[in-house]
Design a protein around this ligand. Structure first.
Ligand code: 13P
Length: 288
């Protein structure tokens, strides 16, 4: 199946009270592992690409080529969206030109008027091209790709303004942060989440920083309108641990070093296990 916009899968998830996982990709092995897991579990999936990961993987055109090739060669039948994660205004335009099927424009650091103006322009572009668009209000805290943000709690009135521009999904800060949560984390602001959903009608909401949020909080967030949950760090940690264990076990080819195809295989298996666990928790299994 060709890449699809995330709109339909998120509308269905919102109605059905489950969430679709966005799993960030960083190389070929991660991408393949996520697609194979989605197909095995018959779950819709969103592949997230940060601008930094885009540069690392040789640019958006390379990524589109790689993902489209895998969809065909692996016979992927479940809906897959290729989504720019935390895109800048310029980054959003290049991802659109390269053939991404979904875009996040993160204008949360602009004053609200500028966020509105830029988001409006991208809503029109995405509408014409049949792509889905995610906007953000209230910066998500923590560090991602070297960008450090302090966690903010979004203003429901600002969320309503952005939602009404016609975006397909809205990421709103509710105390969530990227990366590991500190010991003294206060938890998600469910009161604000409920106000945001009430202000935004039936707009699917997005929860960033999916790593390390306890299962009961994830379930509550989904019950309050969260339909897309982003996960990156947890896959990264799983990949790192499995790769380190493989190297420490010393399974090299005596004198020739590690076989690169075997070296990354345990990490890919660890990503599959993490993605499976998340899809089960989010309730997206069998929803393709
Ligand atoms: P984590 O790295 O905390 O899982 O967050 C991922 C994310 O929100 C990507 O946008």
């Amino acid at each position: 199946m060709a890449l699809v916009s995330a709109k339909e899968m998120l509308v269905k998830a919102h109605e059905g009270k489950y969430a679709v996982g966005q799993f960030n990709i960083n190389n070929l092995e991660w991408t393949k592992a996520i697609l194979q897991t989605a197909e095995e579990l018959q779950s819709p999936v969103i592949l997230g690409v940060s601008e930094g990961a885009g540069k690392y993987m040789c640019g958006f055109n390379t990524i589109v080529g790689m993902v489209n090739g895998m969809l065909e060669t692996l016979n992927i039948t479940v809906p897959v969206a290729l989504h720019l994660d935390h895109g800048s205004y310029e980054g959003a335009k290049s991802a659109i030109n390269a053939g991404f099927s979904s875009i996040m424009f993160d204008g949360s650091h602009y004053p609200i008027e500028e966020n509105i103006a830029k988001t409006t322009e991208l809503v029109h572009a995405a509408g014409v091209l049949g792509l889905s668009l995610e906007a953000e209000v209230g910066a998500i805290g923590g560090e991602e790709d070297g960008v450090v943000g302090n966690g903010e709690v979004a203003d429901p009135k600002e969320c309503k303004m952005i939602a009404e521009l016609g975006v397909d999904m809205l990421a709103a800060g509710i105390g969530n942060i990227h990366g590991k949560y500190p010991e003294n984390w206060a938890g998600l602001r469910f009161d604000v989440l409920a106000d945001i959903q009430a202000a935004c009608g039936d707009k699917p909401l997005v929860l960033h920083g999916g790593t390390g949020i306890p299962a009961d909080m994830i379930k509550k967030a989904i019950s309050l309108g969260v339909s897309k949950i982003n996960v990156n760090t947890e896959c990264q940690l799983a990949f790192q641990e499995a790769t380190r264990a493989y190297i420490e076990a010393g399974k090299d080819q005596q004198g020739k070093g590690f076989d690169p195809r075997k070296l990354l295989a345990p990490g890919a298996e660890a990503i599959k296990a993490t993605v499976k666990e998340k899809m089960e928790l989010f309730g997206s299994v069998g929803k393709a």
